[in-house]
Each structure stands twice: as structure tokens, then as C-alpha cells.
Design a protein around this ligand. Sequence first.
Ligand SMILES: [Zn+2]
Length: 279
Amino acid sequence: MENKTQTEIQAETQTEAKTIRCLNCGKEFEGDFCPKCGQDAKTGRFTLRLIWENLITAIFGSYGGIWFTIKSMFTCPGKMMVEILGGKRRKYFSPFPMLLLVLTIFILVYSITGSRDYVQKAETAVEASKDSDDQVKYVAKKTISDALHFYNDNYTLCYLLTLPLLAIAARACFGRQNRKRYNGAEYIILLVYASVFVILYRILMSLAYLVSPDVSHKMIRALPLIIILAITACFGKAMGFGIGKTFLRSVLTFALYFLMIISLGFIALIITTLIQTGL
Ligand SMILES: [Zn+2]
């Protein structure tokens, strides 16, 4: 009898010892993480080691490693997209932080190397027609030059703003069956990873400008192909299409997206020209 009580007491103290009061929300619990707020049971005082770990987490993400994600993108993009859409996400770097990270690197590289000679070309064209009598032509050229300037200075903003257009184009081109399977947001996620490929290429392009402006200029011409290949890599397995069919649909997607941008740009051009010439 006495023996039993002792075991009971022992069991009780053991459970008490394992119960932790969450430092964040105050809930008492057993286990490695608080069931209410998710804070780690091992959370203690700040140490230099913890600060270091926080920094690394802030830069490289708390979920999947950035290098693992980039490696997966290049070795098995299709499998990676299927897993992410299917909910197997913890091992991968989240899409939007990933996009912002590569965009930040791109802006840094771009501002250092400053590969923007095609903007200057457009400006020279405007200068040349300054004395021309044709006011409408001058305003049109100036607007195109301003638009190019704006696009280059705000590449990130322009890109993010037109991402939904790209998703609409992809949804239209990848067929009715896939529109039922995936919603617009899931298309955007696939396109965000495809964009990471494209921005990595743009970083490479900007770096190439340091070595040779000519090479960088040639690389610009391949940009549409890179975009199409990036969409092909990210969409194929998720859509359940073969590589040829995916490539064709990616070409269509890009063409439709391009058409939408051009139409919007054209409408904007007409409106601004009309306003500026006072017609
Ligand atoms: Zn908690």
C-alpha cells in the first residue's frame, strides 16, 4: 500500500517535471512545442549562439534551406512543384521570401553594374527628334523613353504588378482541366518559382555586363526563351503534361502575357499622348 503510493508520488513528480509553462503565452504543456502558440519548449535567454542562429534564419529562411531549394529547382523542378502544391512544404524555402531575396540580389547587382544602355538609346532617339515639327511623334517617343526608364528603375514593382496577368495567361493556356485542378493562387505560386529562374538569369546577365556589354546585350535577346523554359520546368509535372506539350503551352502563355502588356502599354501611350498634346 505504502509502496504503491510512493510510486504514484514518483509518477506525479515526473509528470510535473515534464510539464512546461510556455514563456510566450503561459499555457502549461508537455512536449517539444507549445500546442497553443507553437513556441519551442527549449526557449530560454538570449545567447550569442541564438543571435547567430536568428540571423541565419532571417537571411536563409526558417523552413527549407535556400541552397537545397535552388538545387531542387535545377535538378527536379517538377517534383518540387508537385510536392509544394501537395502540401509538402517545410523542406523548401517559401515562394515569396525566395522571390524577394533574389530580387534584392538582382537590384544590388544591377545598381552596381548599371547595364542600362538600351535606355540611353531610346533617350538619344528622343533628343534627335526634339527639333522635329511633328509634336505627336516627339511626345510618343518621349513617353516610350519615360516608360522604359520607369520600367528599369522600378523593375521589381512592374514585375510584381504584372504577375497576376501572367497567371491569367497561364490559366488560359494550360486548359480547362487544369483550371479545375488548380486555383489562381496556385498558378501564382508556380509562376513565382519560375520567376526565380528568370531573375537568376537577369543577375547573370547583369554580371556579364561587367565582362562584356556585348555578351550582356545578346543575353537580353534570349530572355523570352528563358522565361518560356522556366515556365516549362515549373509547370510540366504539376500539370501532368509531357515536355513538348508543356513547352508549347508555355510559349502560348508568354505570347498572351506579352500581348496583354503591349495592349496596356499602347492604351497608356495613346492616353498620355492625347493629354500632353492637348488634343
Ligand atoms: Zn505558447
